[in-house]
Design a protein around this ligand. Sequence first.
Ligand code: PMP
Length: 428
Amino acid sequence: MFTNSQTLFERARQVIPGGVNSPVRAFKSVGGTPLFMKSAKGAYMYDVDGNKFVDYINSWGPMILGHAYEPVVNAIQEYATYSTSFGAPTELEVKIAELIISMVPNIDMVRMVNSGTEACMSAIRLARGYTGKNKFIKFEGCYHGHADSFLVSAGSGVATLGIQSVPGVTSEVAADTLTAPYNNLPAVEELVAQHKDNIAAIIIEPVAGNMGCILPQPGFLEGLRKICDDNGIVFILDEVMTGFRLAAGGAQERLNIKADLVTFGKIIGGGMPVGAFAGKKEIMEHIAPAGKVYQAGTLSGNPIAMIAGYTLLQTLQQHPGIYEQLEAKTNSLVTGIKEALGAAGIIHRVNHIGSMMSVHFTEYPINDFEAASGANNELFKRFFHGMLERGVYLPPSAFESWFICNALSEADIQFTIDATKEAVQHLQ
Ligand code: PMP
């Protein structure tokens, strides 16, 4: 069934570390051979063995309207003929900045970069440069990219691989990263009291998507906002996953919370390698060349990436009903999966908001990394492979969110629920 993938994986392992260019693709925690993809359209992906899958990763978020969304593909084709890179400013960069500012609350300037990692790394540098302070607080199980200072108690692949401390990250760098459990306001208050006057920023995923999908408890984000206001700390919302997904204006709009800086990735590039950070002029003008906080990129604002992102974002802005559709689809999927697991007597928790969700095999609520780590990973592995064999492609780790795309049909949802009913027969 997966012979061509197996052959390719063998070849890949000779020339690419671990056979993949990003660790979570390797199926490390679920076992088996990662599948090599050939093409994708709408809600479906096709691998090199000709298997078809309903896709619940959607490139880890960007494909909110499904794969190979025609207006995006057409725009890329047209712009590729003008040049794939200028290294000089274009009107398109101004247009996408204006568009993003019109969609996202509380920002009046945007800087484009090439990945979510760059966006978060630059936002922390900016917060430090702006406040003149060194330390920042992040949350256990949150992932903000692979820059050195974020690889402390990180989620996503770091959690999947069980890496406690990342070789190559110096203890001096790690010492400036303070960590607290997600949803634990008293722990943050204590850190702020201990390190008074030396905390530049608090960075958080407003809905965590890198330890499964974990929602902020009522009052948690508001409490962080107040701590930041009271102590001159820059509040950074990492909206790499949630941006343009929870709402056109991201978590700030959906959860009615105000950030000082916001980071973006994934959807903002329409599937091309793009990230961005944004905020009020007062802070953003500290970035070079307006200010002295240096940040740059040869391919930043790349025209092909910009037209892909612009086309997708414009569609989302012009069709706000997409968000209701996405949520309705997610809700019916959640209901069906819960019924299937419940009917088979399998203890589970499903977390979801908007078009993000995750399934954990545990009886306890999943509100932080410790709880997520306590769920039954053996069962998740078997569930993952049971679904894969039945044509449903889930994230290959319980420490990842599922992403629902709007190309998903009622029939696809029913197909997934039926696959769940069958897969759970073999779980116990
Ligand atoms: N922040 C969050 C919340 C993410 O989920 C990710 C990637 N999954 C990143 C930052 C890093 O983005 P990238 O992989 O584009 O560097």
